[in-house]
Design a binder for this molecule. Structure first.
Ligand code: FES
Length: 584
């Protein structure tokens, strides 16, 4: 089937460069100021390259080079590349959490594209929140868009042992505190755990979300699994540059890729990878940008039917480099078979099924067969009850099975500082049957819903060999964490959700098979406590933080800003995302 191609006059950039008026004279003369002759750009698609590189983002150190490879591809395909720097969202350095700034980057992406003469865009990201932020902004702007995933870093290595980001940091920190390794050993781990450019190579948020981006059809097939340091990563960067130029001529936009089925494909992918629980929040936000309602119930339904196939840490044993050599994401998607809707379109113009047709599993210990999954269907569970009327989540596979059904006495901390001050106090009345509750750690309260959800086990219990307890909060948890941690409780405590009303000594009931989470007090008592609840003072009085606390939605709605969702937060609004005022 031949695709109708745009003419040069139909390009969005024509309004800046191609018309005969005073403003376009300015655009052309200023482009000449930058050293380009008319013949280099006239009538060509202008491709914005949104680059999240910076000197404080270790996961994107190769982007300075990769952007040149992207430009090479764009020139070769007859486009005009324009690199535009956007916020870097560096997971290891940004406080209190990059999540606070995800929506900031998403806004920056949308407004940068809207205000400059972009016909199409290459999105360069990978470190945790950069992927959802770039995609959210691009979906709202709905120009032809292709994602360049940073790629995982190489396997960590120290004294012959393989190290994984995050998971092994905590493991060896515990060993150091317990005197099992020396300070010299600890420095060795420090030097060997992050060996190359690229994002975390465990199945944290970065690997989960770049894989989700590929499953959604936003990357060239196979790209998300290629390690950042592999020469094939550079080859794919150039191919990405070439492809976006054709996507502009074909007018292949995010709205052509996204559907309820493609969102299901991405969620199924996250589940089969045993991906980060953070992906739930991001996938809901992405879907809502596209006007697709992804509910926690749908997530739970998909979790009940999806086996975990990727044997990657922290759930499994291996790392992303091993996953790539075992066949990568294409092979896993093919193995998922009828759980994936292969008819969905992707950025190369072909369907997902066409893209994975020739994929093979080369090591079925790393990428499991459906007949021998790592876990049958225990990747994720959505809980509800009087403690979480709008939902909460748990990763049962990461928790002690004995804790899946548990009732225990609540030990409540009113915020993170309170927990830090008292958790290791010998006088704290707590044992392994208790339920640890952390309040004020949600989207508004913390602020930004930090990854505090793997609440620490009190030292005195650790010393007795206790390794897991039921822990509940409205926070998120790093994808590299584990334990019986109930997360994303909604509505959050800071805005008066029931979690704010729990007191020391209340009994809390967790029942994963029944999907229940309750505080065992009467409705009347809950109502009495609610009536007596006093709202805490706002976290911010000015700036971005003030805007965030007013407009951020709860975890079950994706923590996007209400006015950035497709309906602008108003049920009766007409497609606010597509509105583009005339720019002269
Ligand atoms: Fe960038 Fe983990 S620190 S992905």
């Amino acid at each position: 089937m031949s695709i109708k191609k745009k003419t040069p006059e139909e390009l969005r950039s024509h309004r800046w460069y191609g018309v005969h008026d005073l403003r376009s004279f300015g655009h052309r003369s200023r482009t000449a100021q930058m050293g380009y002759g008319r013949e280099e750009y006239a009538g060509k698609p202008v491709i914005a390259i949104l680059n999240t590189w910076s000197e404080i983002n270790p996961c994107h150190t190769h982007f300075k080079q990769r952007v040149e490879e992207v430009k090479r591809g764009i020139w070769q395909a007859g486009g005009f590349p324009v690199e535009l720097p956007v916020q870097t969202l560096s997971e290891p350095f940004q406080k209190p959490t990059t999540m606070l700034y995800r929506n900031f980057l998403a806004m920056e992406v949308e407004e940068t594209l809207r205000s400059y003469p972009a016909d199409g865009v290459v999105l360069m990201g990978g470190c945790d929140k950069t992927t959802p932020a770039l995609l959210m902004g691009a979906i709202s702007m709905d120009l032809p868009a292709i994602f360049l995933p940073a790629g995982p870093m190489l396997n960590g290595n120290w004294n012959g042992r393989t190290l994984g980001s995050g998971s092994d940091t905590w493991k060896y920190w515990a060993d150091l505190r317990a005197g099992k390794i020396t300070e010299d050993d600890w420095r060795g781990v420090e030097g060997g755990i992050a060996r190359s450019p690229g994002h975390c190579m465990t199945m944290g948020t970065a690997s989960t979300m770049t894989s989700a981006a590929e499953a959604l059809g936003f990357t060239l097939p196979g790209f998300a699994s290629i390690p950042a340091a592999d020469s094939r990563h550079a080859v794919f960067a150039a191919k990405t540059g070439m492809r976006i130029v054709d996507m502009v001529w074909e007018d292949l936009k995010p709205s052509d890729l996204l559907s309820a089925a493609s969102i299901d494909n991405a969620v199924t992918t996250c589940l089969a990878l045993s991906g980060s629980t953070n992906a739930i929040v991001h996938m809901i936000a992405l879907a809502r940008r596209a006007g697709i309602e992804l509910t926690l119930e749908r997530y739970d339904d998909l979790a009940r039917r999806t086996p975990v196939l990727a044997n990657i840490r922290p759930t499994g044993q291996y790392l992303m480099e091993d996953f790539y050599y075992a066949g990568g994401l294409r092979a896993m998607l093919k193995e998922l078979g009828d759980l994936i809707d292969g008819s969905q379109k992707t950025v190369n113009g072909r369907t997902l099924a066409e893209n994975i047709g020739d994929a093979e599993i080369f090591n079925d210990e790393v990428i499991r067969r459906r007949a021998t999954p790592l876990m049958p269907d225990t990747g994720l569970a959505v809980l509800r009850g009087n403690l979480a009327p709008d939902g909460a989540v748990i990763k049962p596979g990461a928790a002690e099975p004995a804790l899946h059904v548990h009732t225990g006495r609540a030990v409540v901390f009113r915020d993170y500082n309170d927990m830090a001050a008292r958790i290791d106090d010998d006088a704290l009345e707590i044992d392994e049957t208790c339920v640890i509750v952390l309040q004020h750690a949600g989207p508004v309260g913390a602020p930004g819903m930090p990854e505090w959800g793997q609440l620490p086990i009190p030292k005195k219990l650790l010393e007795r060999g206790v390794r897991d307890m039921v822990r509940i909060s409205d926070a998120r948890m790093s994808g590299t964490s584990y334990g019986a941690c109930v997360l994303h409780v909604a509505p959050e405590s800071f805005i008066g959700g029931p979690l704010a009303l729990v007191r020391d000594g209340d009994l809390i009931e967790l029942d994963v098979p029944q999907r229940k989470l309750n505080v065992l007090i009467t409705d009347e008592e809950l109502a009495r406590r609610k009536a007596a609840w006093v709202a805490p003072a706002p976290r911010f009085t000015r700036g971005y933080g003030a805007m965030h606390q007013i407009h951020v939605t709860q975890a079950d709605k994706g923590c996007d800003f209400d006015f950035l969702q497709r309906d602008g937060g108003k049920p009766d609004a007409k497609d606010a995302s597509g509105g583009e005022p005339e720019i002269h």
